[in-house]
Design a protein. Structure first.
Lengths: 453, 453
């Protein structure tokens, strides 16, 4: 009886392969790879340094190349596609789903792209070209065209006999689509309903009113939301005239949901969500340098602000020593609010109707936390330096900056969203600038006023 | 023909409700709420401040309460459950899936919990108690028990006649499970195969060998990985003896995948992934204070290190002004590596077999980026302060800290994982401490050696 109990099973297999590869046992590796499912092969490639990847790819059975390409992360796939000849590519794509072929072709240079298309048979080429006519990240781009359509005026018995004649259904078929003579989508009939209905019942009586058709132009993130909202397993895709084009199945949607959720985390660190963990060193260095450059400007900005208080800093070294404390705490607090709001925006929790309530709440949370940590830090500094004025100054700066952090954490992502800039990407840099500047001004500025000569 | 084109459709509906609520038009609100699906009602509650929530909950049709509870975020649900009487709760849970009832009951205080269970009929109570006997985040905790089982020795025709007699299948049934007389799981037969097979074919010939049974104790995150890996729509759940207990459907798995991916992002900011965006102010303040406290200790640690260099700081104010630059850049670079590794761990890309290769790569990336930004910052400082020694010192410190950031970004999450501590939660605090300390030591330490009196 097949049963899964060992969580590290696949990790172990990957290690075996790596070890065999390390000792140059290529025949053995080839044998090991033959038994692995495409998903594990993709994982293995993604988990290997670029040099090993090329070797592994050649050791993987050519019959599996198509399936593995389907599963691979975008950046890793691009790297592998570069090494393949066009004829080879055309051959590999033969068994692949239309949406996946389109995705592969999109990653190719124009000349290779045409060459691959030309070597397909005309029916396949037509289907792939249709898929390519939709934007990559839309319902049309992720749909498959292997739908089963039926007419509304036939009976259950007729459909069942037709299916038995057909002998096999497209992978993961859970429903059929009812269309008219012009291919307009009328409704969806669940396979489960078909088998429980009486043979003489008409198909039109079994249509599930809850299933809506999705326009081919709908962005894939919204398609994913619909699947989540209505617990769909699959959904029909139509053109602007309501003509059935294909269907989207939940397994593709699962990938979109994971990518979307990862996107926020990766963007907040200035990384691409398709970033290759084992990218070549020069490529990684280059990819990271933009973000580091932006952050350097922010950091220099904070230095310029500190420089405005050169006088007081030269008079009291303790101010220089304590100067990082308030900006640092403001940054952490602001980042908490920012993260909460970014998730809220992604889930649709935060919009115009409740932005004010959220701002008020986070301002209050920031103020209250400001009071707590202002008192604590005042106590620490007071005891350490026996200087009540200094304790008061840092407490005041802390309270100011924590409150500012709450306000900035809500307003910055909302403003960025209105300007159509990704809040996850730009939010944290801008927030840090605000909390640095407010923190330094509040601390050193107050100090200049109260204890400067 | 139903078709969706407006992405802001549901956001608009939510706004309508809010406006009507604001002007006290409760009857109108009740009517608006009646037309919304459970998912949207849950979204509306999650998007409302706590006070509004209580009002909204009372305006939602009692018949929908169960469905909405199923969809709600954990923390929001707990808040609402607190306001409900036990008899009411027992009534509401009647139409719910067993796994969802178990989840609701887990959130209740013991006395209420027993009261709700006692008011169920004995069959329901038995099923819920079984679900409760499994850990919350395991296959047993998320499965449903409404499976359809068949015997291996019957023919397709017999099964089809049985289904027609039954008249209705459990929601989202895409396959049947073949069991022996002792309920041991033998295999799975796809509905799609059943309808295309000849009536006289035996069920045993249709069993899909690719579908594996999942042990009820398997953690839900691993269940989700299996669904992703094999593109399952549903999977059978068995006990240690291989007896069929229930099934898991992909719609529950989608929620797990989203939660898991969100978990990393939220943890990195010290937030719970089930955090309620509109939690009461005092509750939010309290939840955030732990994280802020930990970060205060980190920040004070950096102050203590700076304090060790009081002498040189009092001699040269410019050092105090530039002191934040190196730690700040190191923190950003280290955080990039950390985020990449945390995602790699979550996806299973990073393990013992390739940790060394990754460390080498990130060290090289850190060093190269260190060279770039060291040269740049040396040029800026050199031009600004006309001081080549100072420029050299800050360049050296930058190179050191960026390299250290690369090493720390890989080793910290891997060490935390080995110690069974969540790298997403603890990683960034520890990393920042390292980059702060290394940055300050490298900058002020070198300055003390080279230009201190």
């Amino acid at each position: 009886m097949p049963e899964i109990s060992d969580q590290d099973y696949s990790q172990l297999r990957l290690q075996q392969v790596n070890e065999a590869l390390g000792s140059g046992m290529f025949v053995h590796v080839r044998k090991l790879l033959q038994d692995l499912p495409a998903y594990d092969l993709a994982l293995l490639l993604e988990s290997s340094p670029t040099k090993t990847r090329t070797v592994l790819w050649q050791l993987i059975d050519t019959d599996h190349h198509g399936d593995v390409l389907e599963e691979l992360n975008e950046e890793v796939r691009k790297g592998i596609l570069k090494t393949m000849r066009p004829e080879k590519l055309a051959e590999v794509t033969e068994g692949m789903d239309v949406d996946d072929i389109a995705e592969v072709l999109r990653a190719l240079p124009d000349s290779v792209y045409r060459q691959v298309l030309n070597s397909m048979d005309s029916q396949d080429r037509g289907r792939v070209e249709q898929a390519l006519s939709y934007e990559e990240d839309t319902a049309g781009g992720i749909m498959n065209t292997d739908t089963i359509t039926i007419r509304a005026d036939v009976t259950v018995d007729v459909v069942l006999r037709y299916l038995r004649l057909k002998g096999e259904l497209p992978e993961s078929t859970d429903s059929f689509y009812v269309v008219d003579r012009q291919d307009h989508f009328i409704g969806s009939v669940a396979l489960a309903k078909l088998v429980t209905a009486k043979p003489e019942v008409g198909i039109s009586a079994l249509i599930d009113e809850d299933i809506q058709a999705v326009n081919a132009k709908l962005p894939e993130t919204e398609v994913a939301q619909l699947f989540e909202r209505y617990d769909w397993f699959s959904a029909p895709v139509v053109d602007d005239d309501g003509r059935l084009l294909g269907r989207i199945t939940v397994d593709d949607v699962v990938d979109i949901i994971r990518e979307e959720a990862e996107h926020s985390m990766m963007s907040m660190a200035g990384l691409d969500d398709e970033a290759d963990t084992f990218a070549p060193i020069l490529k990684s260095t280059q990819q990271r340098s933009v973000w580091l450059g932006v952050n350097l400007i922010t950091a220099i900005f904070a230095v310029v602000v500190s420089n405005m208080f050169e006088d007081i800093l030269s008079q009291l070294t303790i101010l220089a020593i304590l100067n990082t404390l308030v900006p640092s705490m403001g940054g952490v607090a602001g980042n908490q609010t920012l993260t909460l709001v970014i998730r809220g925006l992604a889930l649709g929790h935060v919009g115009d109707s409740n932005a004010k309530a959220l701002l008020y709440k986070e301002l209050a949370v920031g103020f209250l936390n400001g009071v707590i940590w202002a008192l604590l830090i005042a106590a620490v500094v007071g005891v350490w330096k026996q200087d009540m004025t200094l304790a008061g100054i840092i407490a005041f700066a802390m309270l100011m900056n924590m409150t500012a952090a709450g306000i900035a954490g809500v307003t910055i992502p909302l403003m960025l969203k209105r300007m159509k800039i990704d809040p996850a990407l730009a939010g944290s840099v801008i927030l840090t600038t605000v909390t640095d500047v407010v923190g330094i001004f509040a601390f050193l500025g107050t100090a200049t006023l109260l204890i400067g000569y």
